[in-house]
Design a protein around this ligand. Structure first.
Ligand code: CP3
Length: 337
């Protein structure tokens, strides 16, 4: 079969016959094929096994015909070699959170070839196996820092905000190490064949506009400015209020979460600057087929007014999602239902 380059054309703002479609977290527990693999290994063992990672990356492509694959891994995989003790059960837990300048000083920047060779091997295997583009990914520095400082997901983000506002040097040391590690990590994925990379800033939305601009955005911009050889998509969740700042980012694609209208996002980012990716509410996949189709068609219509539109969910798919509705939504976007 010919290589499906819909995603690449769309992200570059070229005319396309329909939007490409993929879902964040498209490989995962809502698929019985994934659960069967997970029965045999822990999540961390899975992430470090290139054959199994390749297998689960391909599962949703085969099952639903998505227009691209996303590397199977987790955003936290590259922080383990920086010096944190990481576990998943299933949410991430870090046994030695970073709370002081001394803690931040002890961390080291990663060297992807030495520290996460299994990720790069997975990328190479996937590029050989696929006839669709491969998206590589990372966490963004602040989201990774939040996990490292809080030690887990958090309600009020007290530890990271305290560090930011009482120990700016410790915060800066941590963020610089994360920005450099993330840049090298994404660049290594591109150098090994990833066609596009996405940076997930899942927790960016927990800070004020002032803090986003001062403490988060400069590190994202540093990565975007220095990455070479493939388009970057930045996905910051709950971040519409920062889109005036984010509009200055030097990248091709912008993720939009499910609370924001695509056309409003485009206006606040700067009309026509980015290809937008999104933004179907993942929980609406529990709805009826009629409701799914109605919303999907609205999103597709709005997408036609943009520089480019990549159809996606507005956040990751959740484990209890009915599989037949995933199949249905993909067919709606492809004009087959
Ligand atoms: O999209 C894909 O198919 C690629 C795989 C992928 C995973 N995590 C697999 C995973 C990607 C891109 C991620 C990114 C990720 N991980 C993010 C950013 C995106 C987002 O959803 O906001 C974040 C914040 C994480 C951190 C993380 N990893 C959490 C909070 C959890 C547990 C939550 C849950 O769903 O239970 C994980 C574990 C994880 N990452 C699983 C998968 C398939 C479940 C692990 C299992 O099989 O038990």
């Amino acid at each position: 079969m010919a290589f499906n380059d819909l995603l690449l054309r769309s992200i570059n703002g070229e005319k396309v016959e329909r939007p490409p479609v993929w879902f964040m977290r498209q490989a995962g527990r809502y698929m019985e094929e994934y659960r069967a693999v997970r029965k045999k290994v822990t999540f961390l063992e899975l992430c470090k096994n290139p054959d199994l990672c390749t297998e689960v990356t391909l599962q949703p492509i085969e099952a639903f015909g998505f227009d691209n694959a996303i590397l199977f891994s987790d955003i936290l995989i590259p922080i383990e070699p920086m010096g944190v003790k990481l576990d998943f059960n299933p949410a991430p837990v870090i046994a030695n959170p970073v709370r002081t300048l001394a803690d931040a000083d002890k961390l080291r920047e990663i060297n992807p070839e030495q520290d996460v060779p299994f990720v790069l091997e997975t990328v190479r295997k996937l590029v050989k196996a696929l006839d669709v583009p491969l998206i590589g990914f990372s966490g963004a520095p602040f989201t990774l820092a939040s996990y490292m400082v809080e030690g887990a997901g958090s309600k009020n983000y007290e530890h990271i905000k305290t560090l930011m506002h009482t120990e700016p040097t410790a915060y800066r040391v941590l963020m610089e190490k994360l920005a450099n590690s993330t840049l090298k990590y994404l660049q290594a994925q591109i150098d090994n064949g990833a066609h596009v990379v996405q940076m997930f800033d899942t927790w960016a939305g927990v800070v004020s506009h002032y803090d986003y601009e001062k403490f988060i955005f400069p590190y994202v911009q540093y990565i975007a400015d220095n990455l070479k050889g493939a388009p970057l998509i930045y996905f910051a969740k709950d971040a519409f209020s920062f889109f005036d700042v984010i509009g200055k980012l030097n990248c091709a694609g912008m993720g939009v979460d499910w609370k924001t209208k695509l056309t409003d996002a485009d206006e606040r980012l700067g009309k026509g600057k980015f290809a937008l990716q999104g933004n179907f509410d993942p929980i609406q996949l529990f709805g009826t087929k009629e409701s799914i189709k109605e919303t999907a068609e609205k999103i597709i219509e709005e997408g036609k007014t943009l520089k480019g539109h990549i159809f996606n969910l507005g956040h990751g798919i959740v484990p209890a999602t009915p599989r037949e509705n995933v199949d249905y939504l993909v067919k709606v976007v492809k004009g087959e239902a």
